[in-house]
Structures are given as C-alpha cells and as structure tokens.
Design a protein around this ligand. Structure first.
Ligand code: ATP
Length: 239
C-alpha cells in the first residue's frame, strides 16, 4: 500500500453485466497516470467506486493509505475529484462556488479565502473570481472545477474525462496544468479515451472490457507504434 492510490481485486456488476472483473493497481505520489479505455471499458464505474458513489461487494480501495470502507471520511478527505459532468452552480460566482465547497470541508473563512486565491491564481482564474459561472466558457468552467478539487489539498486527484467538450487550446492547458501538479507531488489518475492526452513519460493503465490490459510506462508499452495503433493491435477495436 502506498501514500497514493491502491486498488485490489476490484469487481463490480450491474445485474448480469460484469463491468469490472478484478482490477488491481498501485499508484505512487508524484506521478501522472492515464487510465485509458474506450467507451464502456469501465472507467466511470471505477471512478464511481473510488468516490464511493458505488460500493463494491468485493475488493479494496485505499486513498493515501486510508481504506475507503473502514475509514471513508479520511479516505475521501484525501481525494480531489473532477467529475465528467460539470457540477458547478451556474448562478453563483466562481468564488462563491469554491467558498461553498471549502465550507463543506470545514475550512475557516480566512483560510478558505487564502487557498481559493492561491488555487485560482495558479490557474490564471483570479481575475474571474467575481464572475458568475454561467458567464464563463467551457475551459474556464473546467479550470474552476479543478481549482475546487484542490482547495482541501488532496493527496490524490481523480479526473474523469475532464477535457470532454473543450476546444484544443483549453484541453492542452488543462492537461499541462495537471501534469505540473503531478510533478509537484500529487498522485493523479486521469481517465480518458483520447490517446493524445497521454505522454510517453506518463504511467499508463489500459482498461478494456473491465480488465487491466496493460500497466506501465506509456513509451515502453506502445514501443514503435502510436498508442491508438497499439490498442487496435491488442484488441481489434479502436480506443
Ligand atoms: N447502470 C448500468 N446498468 C447496466 N449496465 C451499465 C450501467 N452503467 C454502465 N453499464 C455497463 O457497464 C460497462 C462499463 O460502463 P462504464 O460507464 O463504466 O464505462 P466507461 O469506460 O466509463 O464508458 P464511457 O466513457 O462511455 O462512460 C458498460 O458495458 C456499460 O454498458
């Protein structure tokens, strides 16, 4: 078990449909790990289990060393999440959204204000703190969600297809920023079906039909092929 994210023999089924068939991995802090899989591979199911929206009858999850079943509050306090569907209140300002989240985590107002300013500044969003989320473009909304996910200083950051619907420039900006966060010591798990978001130096987990098909350094896994060609040659389908 590490100070990052540990998943052991995780299984989940929706009725007769086996969505996860015994998934194992162990992610260390300070690394960007891409969870790559085509639609239906089981990424969202895994994210739901990691965030405790679903509870697995079998298997074990530990966040920063805290078991999600035995110590859920500590485990969830160590986890930052950017969900696939935006969850900001459109009629509140950026700062109000973040203050609300900070209050949920029990942060005193002064501490919350300082952390929010710091997080927004890092994402070049400080000058938009007073704007209503409804007035922001998709890229700025995503940055706000990322800032929010960092306010309680999690050890593990989980993102479920965070660039869906964004233009190329916003996608590149968010991807680069999250790589920087990993370099600064965060344990990052980034679920995607877009191979161009994965760098050769990233750890790669390939999920296919509810199972881990490959786990290692991206460059070593793909070898001389592009990542999409590698996936096609292994599975006969496109990622
Ligand atoms: N509520 C549900 N009931 C039945 N089957 C489901 C349910 N949710 C997901 N599944 C099935 O479980 C499998 C894994 O789905 P999941 O949504 O986790 O995949 P995914 O990799 O996140 O795909 P996507 O990128 O489309 O969200 C798929 O075959 C899907 O059809």
């Amino acid at each position: 078990m590490t100070a990052g994210l540990t998943v052991e023999n995780l299984k989940f089924r929706y009725g007769a449909k086996e969505a996860l068939k015994g998934v194992n991995f162990d992610l260390a802090p300070g690394r960007f790990c891409a969870l790559l899989g085509p639609n239906g591979a089981g990424k969202s199911t895994l994210v739901s289990l990691l965030t405790r929206l679903l509870v697995a009858p079998e298997g074990r999850i530990a966040v920063a060393g805290h078991d999600l079943k035995d110590a859920p509050r500590r485990a969830l306090a160590a986890l930052g999440v950017v969900f696939q569907q935006p969850t900001l209140d459109l009629d509140l300002t950026v700062r109000q959204n973040l203050m609300y989240f900070a209050a949920l985590h029990g942060l005193p107002r002064r501490e919350a204000t300082a952390r929010i300013d710091e997080a927004l500044d890092r994402l070049s969003m400080l000058e938009r703190a007073g704007e209503k989320v409804r007035a922001l473009n998709g890229g700025h909304r995503r940055r706000t969600e990322l800032a929010r996910a960092l306010i309680h200083r999690p050890r593990v950051l989980l993102l479920d297809e965070p660039t869906v619907g964004l233009d190329a420039q916003s996608r590149a900006g968010i991807t680069a920023h999250v790589h920087d966060l990993a370099e600064q010591g965060l344990c990052v798990l980034w679920a995607t079906h877009l191979t161009d978001e994965v760098r050769d130096s990233d750890r790669l987990l390939v999920l296919h039909q509810g199972q881990i098909l490959a786990d290692g350094d991206t460059g070593a896994i793909r070898g001389d092929q592009t990542l999409s060609d590698w996936f096609l040659s292994k599975t006969g389908t496109t990622v």
